[in-house]
Ligand binder design. Structure first.
Ligand code: FAD
Length: 473
C-alpha cells in the first residue's frame, strides 16, 4: 500500500492544480494526479487551459493582433513600417514558449507548496481510494480522506464533419496550422470559434463561419452582440447565421461542406475546417464501478452548490460539472472545495463570474443581460456609453464599442455589466467587483475615475443609468 493523503485531486487543469495548491497551503497532505503528456512524452500540468486552450489561443490572438495593428493601423498614427509578412513558424514557437513557461510554473508551485505530483491516470475506486495507472501501465492505490475530481472537458464532435488529420480539426488542431489556410471554415460562432477564426483571418485566411443559431451570441446582451457582429464583419469575418451543417466530403486537400440556410441547401469548399461547436464533460475512466458518484443527464458529474458529489468526501469541480466552462470558474471552485475540506466555511458567487471573448475589440460581460433580466420579470434601467466619446479610447486609436450597465429599476443594484471594447477583458473586473460588493449604479457613478482612462466609459455608463452621462449629448 502506497502513501495516504488528506486530499487527492484528479486532474491538474486550472480547477485541479488550484485546488491542490490551496489544500496544501491549508496544511493538508495533498497529491495531484495528471495524465497529460506533451509531444516529448513528459507529463505536463495545466490541463486544457495551459496546453491547448486559454493560454496558447491568447498567444496567437496577441501576435496576430499586433500584426494587423502594424500592417493596417500604424500609418494612421504616424508610424510607417513598409510591407509586413507574418512568420507563422516563429509565432508557433512563441506560443510553445509561453505554454512551456506556464506549465513549468505549475510544477514549480507544486514543489514549493509540497503537493505530491503523481503521473498517470487516476481512477476513484472507492470513496477513500484512488488507483493510479502510470504511463508504464504499473498500478498503485492511494488512500485519501477526500477526493477532488477535476477531469475537465473535451471538444464535441459532430457526425457531419468527422475530424480528419490536419484538414478537419478541433480547437487544438487550429492552434497548430503551420501555414495560413487560404479558405478557412469554422463551424460554430461561439467564443472559441470567434477567437480562432479571428487569429487566422488576421493572418490572411478568408474565414467563413457557419452558425446554426439565428441569433449571434445569444448569451451576450444583444446591444453588445449587435455591435460586435458589425465590427467583426467589418474585419472580414463572413459570419453566416442560421447555417446548419449537414455533411462534408474530403476531396484531396480540400473539404466540401454542405449546410442549409433560409435559402435552402448550400455548399462551400475550404482548405481547412475548424469544428468549434462546444465542449462536453470528460469523465472517461475516472469513476470505478459501484463508487456511487452520479452523473446528470448531460454527462456532467452531479454536484451541489458546494461541489459535493453524491458520495460524501468526493468533490468535483470545473468543466466536468455544471456551470460555465471557464478556467477561473474552475479555479474558484477549487479554492472553495479546498477551504471546505480544511474545515472553513466557503461559498461561491455564481452570479458574478465574468466571461470574455478575446477578439479585437474584446467582448466581456458579467451578470444578467437586459433580455435575461426582463424575461425574469425584473424591471430594469440601463445606461450605455460609446467608446467613441472616451478621450483615452480616441488617443489609443481604438474608438469602437460601448459599455452598458443593467440595474434594477427599483433598487438601482447592478445586475449586469456588458462591454465591447479594446481591453474589455480587463475593464470587466470593475463590474465583477461592483457586483460582488452588491453596488448600485449610483455607487459607480459617485466613484472618481482616473482621466484619461477607458474605465471612464464604465463611469459614464453608470451615470447614464439615471440619464446623466457627462460626455454624451
Ligand atoms: P481541464 O483544463 O480540462 O483539465 C483537466 C485535466 O484533467 C487535464 O489535464 C486532463 O489530462 C486531466 N485528467 C482527466 N482525466 C484524468 C484522469 N483520469 N487522471 C489524471 N488526469 C486526468 N477559459 C477561460 O476562462 N478563458 C479563456 O480564454 C479560455 N480560452 C479557451 C480557448 C480554447 C481554445 C479552449 C479549448 C478552452 C478555453 N477556455 C477558456 C476553457 C478552459 O480551458 C477550461 O474551462 C478550463 O481548462 C477548465 O479547467 P478544468 O481544470 O476543469 O479542466
Amino acid at each position: 500500500m502506497a502513501d495516504k493523503f488528506d486530499v487527492i485531486v484528479i486532474g491538474a487543469g486550472p480547477g485541479g492544480y488550484v485546488a491542490a495548491i490551496r489544500a496544501a497551503q491549508l496544511g493538508l497532505k495533498t497529491a495531484c494526479v495528471e495524465k497529460w503528456v506533451n509531444k516529448e512524452g513528459k507529463t505536463v500540468h495545466g490541463g486544457t487551459c495551459l496546453n491547448v486552450g486559454c493560454i496558447p489561443s491568447k498567444a496567437l490572438l496577441e501576435t496576430s493582433h499586433k500584426f494587423v495593428e502594424a500592417r493596417d493601423h500604424y500609418d494612421e498614427i504616424g508610424i510607417e513600417v513598409g510591407e509586413l509578412t507574418p512568420n507563422i513558424a516563429k509565432m508557433l514557437e512563441f506560443k510553445e514558449k509561453v505554454i512551456a513557461k506556464n506549465v513549468g510554473g505549475i510544477s514549480a508551485l507544486f514543489k514549493a507548496n509540497g503537493v505530491t505530483a503523481l503521473e498517470g491516470t487516476g481512477k476513484v475506486i472507492s470513496s477513500k481510494q484512488v488507483e493510479v495507472t502510470g504511463h508504464d501501465g504499473e498500478k498503485a492505490t492511494y488512500d485519501a480522506d477526500n477526493i477532488v475530481i477535476a477531469s475537465g472537458s473535451v471538444p464535441v464532435e459532430i457526425p457531419p464533419t468527422p475530424l480528419t488529420d490536419n484538414l478537419i480539426v478541433d480547437s487544438s488542431g487550429a492552434l497548430e496550422f503551420t501555414e495560413v489556410p487560404k479558405r478557412l471554415g469554422v463551424i460554430g460562432a461561439g467564443v472559441i470559434g470567434l477567437e480562432l477564426g479571428s487569429v487566422w483571418s488576421r493572418l490572411g485566411s478568408e474565414v467563413t463561419m457557419l452558425e446554426a443559431m439565428d441569433t449571434f451570441l445569444p448569451v451576450v446582451d444583444q446591444a453588445v452582440a449587435k455591435e460586435t457582429l458589425k465590427l467583426l464583419k467589418k474585419q472580414g469575418l463572413d459570419i453566416k447565421l442560421g447555417a446548419r451543417v449537414t455533411g462534408s466530403e474530403v476531396k484531396g486537400n480540400e473539404v466540401v461542406v454542405k449546410y442549409t440556410d433560409s435559402k435552402g441547401e448550400q455548399e462551400v469548399t475550404f482548405d481547412k475546417l475548424i469544428v468549434c461547436v462546444g465542449r462536453r464533460p470528460y469523465t472517461q475512466g475516472v469513476l470505478g464501478d459501484d463508487v456511487g458518484v452520479k452523473l446528470d443527464e448531460r454527462g456532467f458529474i452531479f454536484v451541489d452548490d458546494h461541489c459535493r458529489t453524491s458520495v460524501p468526501g468526493v468533490y468535483a469541480i470545473g468543466d466536468c460539472v455544471r456551470g460555465l466552462m471557464l478556467a477561473h470558474k474552475a479555479s474558484e471552485e477549487g479554492v472553495m472545495v479546498a477551504d471546505i475540506i480544511a474545515g472553513h466555511k466557503a461559498e461561491m458567487n455564481y452570479d458574478a463570474i465574468p466571461s470574455v471573448i478575446y477578439t479585437a475589440p474584446e467582448v466581456a460581460w458579467v451578470g444578467m443581460t437586459e433580455e435575461e433580466a426582463k424575461s425574469a420579470g425584473i424591471e430594469v434601467k440601463t445606461g450605455s456609453f460609446p467608446f467613441s466619446a472616451n478621450g483615452r479610447a480616441l488617443a489609443n486609436n481604438a474608438p469602437d464599442g460601448l459599455a452598458k450597465i443593467v440595474a434594477d429599476a427599483e433598487t438601482d443594484r447592478i445586475l449586469g455589466v456588458h462591454i465591447v471594447s479594446q481591453h474589455a477583458g480587463e475593464l470587466i473586473a470593475q463590474g465583477v467587483i461592483a457586483m460582488e460588493f452588491g453596488s448600485s449604479a449610483e455607487d459607480l457613478a459617485l466613484t472618481c475615475y482616473a482621466h484619461p482612462s477607458t474605465s471612464e466609459a464604465i463611469h459614464e455608463a453608470a451615470l447614464a443609468v439615471d440619464g446623466h452621462a457627462i460626455h454624451m449629448a
